[in-house]
Write a protein that binds this ligand. Structure first.
Ligand SMILES: Cc1cc2nc3c(=O)[nH]c(=O)nc-3n(C[C@H](O)[C@H](O)[C@H](O)COP(=O)(O)OP(=O)(O)OC[C@H]3O[C@@H](n4cnc5c(N)ncnc54)[C@H](O)[C@@H]3O)c2cc1C
Length: 428
């Protein structure tokens, strides 16, 4: 274990984390900060399998502020993040409607928007620098627990710890022991076409060069049942676009397919010439993905019957992209769980797990609901009203969600929450 990062004294609490996505790695770093000992398992054979997927990902102030506690991380992220503090919104036919500024939110914490793989690599490197035990090629096939321990079956072997954190994304196997049955992911009814390519592809196109030659941009075109977002990063040297659209495709077996430019063009027929031109200019050999948005009904609980196995991140609560909160909420999960374990101590791990659920449950579901609200606001926009009040089309940005320090909140509330849980237990 490396010692040059601030860390609480050893708690004696052993933690297995399944899944090294943003949720799992962040939980590992937070557990390390609090002095717990961690083994982090992922089924992928190489880190490249995790970093090569994805494009733009966003951390709002409530998520990104936690990176400030990990030495060097926020500085490294800011160097590669989009340098805009606004979003320009257009009617789908092309008319400019409003610029939404996020400048005022700076006082709530940093915002980070960047390439998923690049940002992930930064936090993974930090986890490695801390000396966290990360094991790849470890496919977890089952979970078990008793009153004293929890464990996983990994590559056919049993492994145990004081607590198991299931952070394996929307297709989590940990959900079965938590729910008592095998629930299936379902389609959200929406899919996202998404891609990322060099900005120079647009630099010689007279209709599009303004998107990549004057620093970074961030714009969105809003229309019926569809919104199209585009942005450039690193002084316009990289460009990405995504559009969410209605989709009733089957998501049972797979949810990421190579997309075709010609299919995308059908969706944006009649849209702003800029939008159509961006899609047409997309390199045919680039990485255009048709990403089906898997959804789950809100779970009745995030924790197993003996409170030794706990779901975090997308395993607990998949988010719609319009919430811009999926990744931030997955970071908050790890922060609260690690702090609750610290407050409870090794003898009270199940109490910490129950407190984590109590602290997180309502907040996460309120944040999930906001994603639906923004999608409806955009996809069913009343343009007569918006012309009178352009701000009505702004993304919903609420202080309760964004101006929030999950660690501070957990420290402040933990004792009351734990006392009420003990009271409930005594009444049973
Ligand atoms: C391929 C992919 C691309 C994405 N791209 C974007 C994007 O561009 N923009 C965006 O906003 N969001 C994207 N997301 C979603 C985003 O990463 C999550 O919403 C958020 O970061 C929370 O992540 P998570 O760690 O909970 O889950 P995930 O990111 O899904 O990570 C889960 C991890 O668990 C591992 N795992 C799964 N099953 C097992 C098992 N049985 N045993 C061991 N390990 C297991 C997986 O290999 C994976 O590393 C993407 C997700 C995926 C999976």
């Amino acid at each position: 274990m490396m010692t040059d990062f601030p860390r609480r004294p050893p708690s004696g609490i052993s933690v297995i984390i399944v899944g090294a996505g943003f949720a799992g790695v962040s939980a590992a770093i937070e557990c390390d900060r609090k002095g717990h000992s961690i083994v982090l398992l992922d089924k992928t054979e190489t880190i490249e399998e995790i970093t090569r997927f994805g494009d733009i990902i966003s951390f709002d102030p409530n998520g990104a502020r936690n990176f400030e506690r990990w030495p060097g991380v926020i500085e490294a992220m800011q160097k590669i993040a989009r340098q805009t503090s606004w979003l320009d919104l257009y009617h789908w036919k092309g008319e400019f409607v409003t610029r939404q500024s996020f400048a005022e939110e700076k006082k709530w914490g940093p915002r980070i928007n960047g390439h998923r793989g690049e940002l992930y690599s930064i936090i993974l490197q930090h986890a490695k620098d801390r000396g966290i035990d990360i094991r790849l090629g470890q496919r977890v096939t089952d979970y078990f627990e008793d009153g004293e321990k929890a464990g996983v079956v990994v590559n056919g072997q049993r492994m145990t710890a004081d607590i198991v954190i299931a952070a394996e994304g929307v297709r989590s196997r940990g959900r079965k022991i938590v729910l008592g049955f095998d629930d299936k992911p379902k389609s959200s009814g929406y899919a996202v076409y998404r891609c990322w390519f060099p900005g120079k592809v647009l630099a010689d196109n007279d209709k599009l060069k303004h998107l990549v030659v004057n620093g970074d941009v961030h714009c969105g075109w809003i229309g019926p049942d569809l919104h199209f977002l585009a942005s450039s990063l690193k002084q316009g040297s990289e460009f990405n676009w995504v559009f969410t659209h209605v989709d009733d495709g089957d998501i049972e077996e797979n949810w990421q397919f190579p997309g075709k430019v010609e299919d995308c063009l059908k969706y944006v027929e009649g849209w702003s010439p800029i939008v159509q031109e961006i899609v047409k200019a997309t390199p045919r050999n680039g990485r255009l993905i048709d990403h089906k948005l898997v959804f789950r009904d809100p779970l009745p609980t995030f924790i197993s019957p003996k409170a030794r196995i706990v779901l975090i991140g997308d395993a607990a609560h998949p988010f719609l992209p319009t919430s811009i909160q999926g990744a931030s909420q997955s970071i908050e999960d790890g922060v609260v769980l690690a702090a609750s374990l610290e407050m409870a101590g090794k003898r009270n791990v199940p109490l910490a797990v129950k407190a984590y659920e109590k602290i997180r449950y309502e907040r996460v579901h309120k944040a999930q609901a906001l994603g639906v609200k923004t999608r409806e606001k955009w996809h069913k926009a009343n343009w007569d009203k918006i012309r009178e009040d352009p701000e009505a089309i702004h993304l919903t940005r609420e202080a309760w969600l964004l101006n929030f320090d999950a660690e501070k909140d957990c420290y402040e509330r933990y004792n009351d929450v734990a006392a009420s849980l003990k009271g409930e237990q005594a009444r049973l």
